[in-house]
Design a protein around this ligand. Structure first.
Ligand code: SF4
Length: 482
C-alpha cells in the first residue's frame, strides 16, 4: 500500500521509494508545529451538522458506507490500485460531492493542484462525483486575542489565488485538467518496491549531492573539492557529456554567473581560494568596531497561533546565544526558555546584548531580523528597543553571497556549518549531541522543567553557542585573509 507521499518521492527519484520501502524510512518530524489538527477546525469552519469522522486504519467499505449515510464526512480513507488517501472533508450536495482540503499555507496556491489532482483521480476511480473543490488555508491577517477564533483564523475558498491576491482560477477546473492516470506509476512503484537491489550510477541520479540520501546511495564516493557536482548550473549535464568534470574546466563563453559562482570558478583556477582583497578589506573596515556582537536565535514555528498577539506561522524564539568581542576579549551570554517564553526572551536579550557596535548574524535579515520584528509587533512596549537592534544588524552571509571569498573546501555551499567545517574542522557540529537546527526544535518541544532534562538543555545550549562561536571564527578568518 502506498500513500501520496510515496508517489511524490517516486516521481522525484524511484530509488528514494525503494530505499524507504527497504526499511530506510526516517521518522517524520514536522517543521511546523500544530497545537491541534486542522481537521477539527475544518468541521467548525464548514459549520457541518450531521457528520461522520473517520479513523486511522478504517476500510474503504466503511468509508463508502459512511458516505451513503451522512451529509458530511471527514477523514475518510479510500484506496485504488494500492494508493491509499485520506480525504479531509466530503459534503454531499444535490449533484455530487464537494471535496475539502486543508492547506498548510497562507494562500490557496496553484502549486497544490497536483496534490489535489491525485486525490481527485482516486475518487474518480471509485465513482465519487466531485462537483466542487474547496481549500481551507490560514488567514495571514488574523491575530490571536484570547481564545482561538476558528472562523477568523482560516479562509475557505474554491479558487486558487495568486500571491498578488487575484484569482488564478477555479480549483476544480484546474485540478481536473491536471489529473492524469496514476495506474502506470503505481504499477512501476509496485515493481520497484519489490526489487532485491537497486544499483544506480552518479549519472542516473536526478539530484546529486543535494538529495538527503546521497550519502547512502553513494557511500564512500569522494568527489573531491573541485568537482563539477559542486557547481549549480543548468548546463551541468551538458558539460558532463562533454567530459568536463572539474570546475576549472567550465567554459566561460556566454555563461551568466552569480558573484558567488564567479568566485567559485576563480578559486578553482587559483590555488583553491579566491579573495576579492579590495572588497573584503572595505567590508571589514566598515564592520569592525571595538565592540562587536554575534547572535543566533532558535525558534519554533506554529501553524495555528498558540499565544496572544501571534498570527498563523509566527514563531516562538526560545533560545539565543551571543558572543561579543570587547577590547580583544571574547564574552558569551545565552538564554533558553520553555513554553511561551517570548517576553523573557526579549528582556534577557535587551539586558545582555552590548548597547553599541554592530550585531552580526548569519542570514540576519532572512531570520533574526524577522523574529525581532514579530516580537516588536507582539510586545509593542519593547518595539523601539528591538527595532534599534535591527538597525545595527550586519549579515555575515553576505560576504559569501557577494563572492568576496570562496574556498574550495566549502564545496559549493555557503551555510555557516559548511564554512566552519572547511576552515576549522575541529569545530565540527558532528561532535555535538544536537547538531542540527530542527533537532534543537524537536528537543525544545519536549522540554519540561525537570532535572532529568539537564543533559538536553546543555545540548541545546551547546548547539546555539556553537553557531555564534563559529561566526566569531569566520569573522577572524576573514580578517586574516586581508
Ligand atoms: S541520491 Fe540520487 S539516486 Fe539516491 S535517492 Fe537521492 S536522488 Fe535518488
Amino acid at each position: 500500500m502506498f500513500h501520496i507521499s510515496d508517489l511524490r518521492q517516486f516521481l522525484s527519484c524511484p530509488r528514494i521509494l525503494w530505499l524507504n520501502q527497504s526499511g530506510d524510512k526516517q521518522t517524520f518530524n514536522p517543521f511546523i508545529q500544530m497545537i491541534h489538527s486542522m481537521n477539527q477546525d475544518l468541521i467548525i469552519k464548514t459549520k457541518a451538522k450531521d457528520y461522520f469522522i473517520g479513523k486511522q486504519g478504517m476500510s474503504m467499505e466503511d468509508s463508502l458506507d459512511a458516505l451513503s449515510k451522512y451529509e458530511w464526512c471527514f477523514n475518510l480513507r479510500f484506496e485504488v490500485h494500492g494508493l491509499r488517501i485520506k480525504v479531509a472533508g466530503l459534503h454531499r450536495v444535490e449533484d455530487g460531492f464537494e471535496l475539502y482540503f486543508n492547506t498548510m499555507s497562507v494562500l490557496s496556491r496553484v502549486e497544490d493542484a497536483s496534490y489535489f489532482s491525485n486525490h481527485y483521480w482516486v475518487l474518480k476511480q471509485i465513482r465519487i462525483p466531485v462537483v466542487k473543490i474547496f481549500s481551507m488555508y490560514f488567514n495571514k491577517e488574523y491575530v490571536r486575542h484570547g481564545e482561538l477564533s476558528v472562523e477568523d483564523c482560516y479562509v475557505l475558498t474554491s479558487d486558487f489565488i495568486k500571491p498578488s491576491g487575484h484569482v488564478q482560477g477555479d480549483i476544480l477546473s484546474i485540478v481536473s485538467k491536471r489529473s492524469r492516470d496514476l495506474e502506470p506509476n503505481l504499477t512501476e512503484m509496485n515493481r520497484v518496491s519489490k526489487l532485491e537491489s537497486y544499483p544506480i550510477t552518479l549519472e542516473e541520479c536526478p539530484n546529486p549531492i543535494k538529495c538527503e540520501k546521497f550519502g547512502i546511495c553513494f557511500k564512500g564516493l569522494d568527489l573531491g573539492e573541485n568537482s563539477i557536482y559542486h557547481f549549480s548550473n543548468p548546463m551541468k549535464k551538458e558539460w558532463l557529456k562533454q567530459g568536463i568534470t572539474k570546475i576549472q574546466d567550465i567554459p566561460l563563453d556566454n555563461l551568466v554567473l552569480s558573484k558567488a559562482q564567479y568566485a567559485q570558478i576563480m578559486a578553482s583556477r587559483m590555488e583553491g581560494r579566491f579573495v576579492d582583497q579590495r572588497a573584503l578589506s572595505y567590508w571589514i573596515d566598515s564592520v569592525r568596531q571595538t565592540i562587536m556582537s554575534f547572535i543566533d536565535f532558535e525558534w519554533d514555528t506554529y501553524g495555528i497561533p498558540p499565544f496572544d498577539q501571534m498570527r498563523p506561522f509566527d514563531v516562538v524564539p526560545f533560545q539565543y546565544s551571543i558572543h561579543y568581542i570587547q577590547d580583544g576579549l571574547v564574552h558569551h551570554k545565552e538564554f533558553l526558555g520553555q513554553g511561551d517564553c517570548r517576553e523573557e526572551f526579549i528582556m534577557s536579550l535587551l539586558e545582555h546584548i552590548p548597547s553599541e557596535g554592530p550585531i552580526l548574524a548569519y542570514n540576519a535579515f532572512g531570520a533574526e531580523a524577522i523574529r525581532l520584528k514579530q516580537l516588536a509587533f507582539q510586545f509593542p512596549q519593547y518595539e523601539d528597543d528591538l527595532l534599534k537592534l535591527i538597525n545595527r544588524f550586519v549579515d555575515l552571509a553576505q560576504v559569501f553571497i557577494d563572492g568576496l571569498v570562496y574556498d574550495e573546501r566549502m564545496k559549493g555551499a555557503y551555510s555557516l556549518k559548511r564554512i566552519i567545517e572547511a576552515i576549522h574542522p575541529e569545530l565540527s557540529y558532528e561532535n555535538l549531541a544536537i547538531s542540527h537546527g530542527m533537532d534543537a526544535v524537536y528537543h525544545y518541544r519536549n522540554l519540561v522543567d525537570d532535572e532529568e532534562q539537564d543533559e538536553v538543555k546543555a545540548a541545546l545550549l551547546s548547539y546555539c553557542r556553537m553557531d555564534t562561536l563559529a561566526m566569531v571564527k569566520v569573522f577572524q578568518w576573514l580578517e586574516s585573509l586581508i
